[in-house]
Ligand binder design. Structure first.
Ligand code: GAP
Length: 428
């Protein structure tokens, strides 16, 4: 189905997934707030990623580094000098744009032609000051990628856990970029989250780890319910690659806004660790256990953007159909990602005996699945529609027959089929 971005944005707001940041004050461009359902969906995605890439493997370690880092990090990494986008300004309306994203022959805001000069490079890092004195010695940056918090801890991990190569270090956390033109809902934001791995390898063996991680990436995208035919690999040509990369494969996805980057897999060589060694003056070499072989490991980096995962999951799950002549919208989320797994209601909310029995079933289901919602608002039809829109796979209704035979109605989100199920089976 040809899902429009507006459909996703509207559902996300209507049902409490994602709101404009600071909306009550008119918003703040490029920032988004996750509501009760959005935060759970996002956590389910992050937790799945962490389970697959970290917990279920013996070669991965987790870290959670500080967002504020010594500014030398960003000098050594090349971000101070090269983390830029080309910026143009309209001499007529003073509008500022990313030169590579617009047709610069005419201003997209005021429509005047020939008002742009030569682009200048705009550094996307947010600057701040650490401590009470605001001068050049107190300058710090909000991290534009989580990766550097991994590189700066590489030696700590080697010295405390003595891992054999190859091994990876993973981190999930916020990143900040002062994007010239944040756009397309959460796709390009100024504050977002990344899930990154730096996988340290012997320099001669980078290719096999690159290929293995590429296969792991495809496996997790399948677990997230993203259709294979919407996923594409782009081998990024040299002149489009980041300054640190010798090879990059971008995984692109057919979003409602078109085919765009979902995540990247980059071969960063020893660029970062060598820079840390050079700028810090500390030896960062790895010694192969039981030998005198020493070298600076090379790095393969799978870098996922959480917001883009959320957007891909939402747009893949969005469905419209017709039930009894009425349009229905639902999210066909994989069960393990759905923020609510079961919604439980009494058929009528003004019948205390029904409510009491429904509460009993609700409490037991909640103990078992946690993500269970009590929903007695409006009539049953309205409850089903609401639960369909938030992607709840099952709605459980307790009615008068439940007293006779200890059964309930379980309604399936995707098929809308209702089946009588014994409470014992439901809770087993
Ligand atoms: N450490 C490597 C790195 O940060 P990147 O290609 O700049 O590489 C990695 O970013 C991923 O982070 C992207 O593939 C995307 O999913 C996400 N990302 C980057 N900028 C973003 C933004 N402004 N808003 C939302 N997600 C973003």
């Amino acid at each position: 189905m040809n899902t429009q971005l507006e459909d996703i944005v509207s559902l996300a707001k209507r049902r409490g997934f994602i709101f404009q940041g600071s909306e009550v004050y008119g918003g703040l461009a490029g920032t988004w707030d996750y509501g009760p359902l959005g935060v759970t969906l996002k956590r389910n995605i992050i937790n799945l990623w962490w389970r697959i890439f970290v917990e279920s493997r013996d070669d991965m370690y987790g870290v959670d580094a500080a967002i504020l880092m010594n500014p030398k990090v960003w000098q050594a990494s090349g971000h101070v000098d090269t983390f830029t986008d080309p910026l143009v300004e309209c001499s007529e309306c003073k509008g500022r744009f990313r030169a590579d994203k617009i047709d610069t022959s005419k201003c997209p805001t005021c429509g005047k032609a020939g008002t742009f000069g030569e682009p200048r490079q705009f550094n996307m890092m947010f600057k701040t000051n650490v401590g009470p004195v605001e001068d050049e010695n107190s300058v710090a940056y909000l991290r534009p990628e989580t990766a550097q918090g991994i590189f700066t801890n590489y030696k700590n991990i080697v010295d405390t856990l003595y891992p054999d190569l190859p091994f990876g270090v993973a981190q999930v956390g916020k990143a900040f970029r002062n994007e010239i033109s944040p756009r397309d809902f959460i796709f390009r934001s100024r504050e977002f989250e990344q899930m990154e791995i730096e996988y340290f390898v012997h320099p001669d063996k980078w290719q096999e780890s690159f290929d293995a991680l590429l296969a792991d990436i495809h496996a997790i995208l399948e677990s997230l319910g993203l259709p294979k035919d919407k996923i594409h690999e782009l081998d990024v040509p040299e002149n489009d690659r980041a300054h640190y990369s010798k090879r990059t494969i971008d995984i692109e996805f057919d979003f409602p806004i078109g085919r765009e980057e979902l995540l990247g897999l980059a071969y960063r060589t020893d660029f970062d660790l060598s820079n840390i060694q050079r700028v810090s003056g500390k030896n960062i070499e790895y010694t192969v256990k039981g030998t005198n072989e020493k070298f600076i490991p090379h790095v393969i980096e799978p870098s996922f953007g959480v917001e883009r995962m959320v957007m891909a999951v939402l747009s893949s799950a969005y469905r419209e159909d017709e039930i009894n002549g009425e349009k229905r919208i639902y999210l066909a989320l994989p069960e393990h990602l759905a923020p609510v797994k079961y919604a439980v209601s009494p058929l009528l909310k003004n019948k205390p005996e029904l409510v009491a029995k429904a509460r009993e079933v609700y409490e037991c289901l909640k103990k078992k699945h946690r993500a269970v919602m009590w929903d007695d608002n409006g009539n049953i039809g309205k409850r089903y529609r609401r639960q369909d829109e938030i992607g709840t796979p099952y709605c459980v209704v307790i009615d008068f027959d439940s007293f006779e035979d200890d059964t309930v109605t379980v309604r399936n989100r995707d098929t809308t089929q209702q089946t009588r199920t014994s409470i014992t089976d439901l809770l087993s």
